[in-house]
Design a protein around this ligand. Structure first.
Ligand code: THU
Length: 130
């Protein structure tokens, strides 16, 4: 799975987004260490705070199928710019994958890559509870 392919899967995952309130579609593609990819989209709710982001949709799909180890995630929004994960998604991803690579994808297919630790420095994670 190349970065380009993962980015394309994130772009495609936007098609199932349920966004009657923001009209902002997001897709995510999460690459597991065994090569499996789980996709997700944002699913909004009339009680706005119950909305789930695309990244967390992909993550909970993967974890609920037995996956615990991830190497990369691609995220595609529908604005003109790169779509970086929100704070809640950064925290949820850090729980399982502190070494995760994050690809922020623009609708035109261009993407930027960084490390999750760059997006969430000095993160609070599982080791803090030991
Ligand atoms: N959204 C995501 O799916 N991922 C993010 O990282 C940022 C925000 C969604 C939530 C909501 O449905 C819409 O984008 C606008 O905030």
């Amino acid at each position: 799975m190349t970065d380009r392919q993962l980015a394309e899967l994130a772009l495609d995952a936007r098609k199932h987004a349920y966004v009657p309130y923001s009209n902002f579609k997001v897709g995510a593609a999460l690459l597991c260490s065994d090569g499996t990819v789980f996709t997700g989209c944002n699913v909004e709710n009339a009680a706005y705070g119950s909305t789930i982001c695309a990244e967390r949709t992909a993550l909970v799909k993967a974890v609920s199928e037995g996956q615990r180890s991830f190497t990369a995630i691609a995220i595609a929004g529908s604005g003109d710019d790169f779509c970086w994960p929100c704070g809640s998604c950064r925290q949820m991803l850090f729980e399982f994958a502190p070494d995760l690579r994050v690809l922020a994808v623009r609708p035109d297919g261009q993407f930027q890559t960084t490390a999750l630790t760059e997006l969430l420095p000095h993160a609070f994670g599982p080791t803090a509870l030991n």
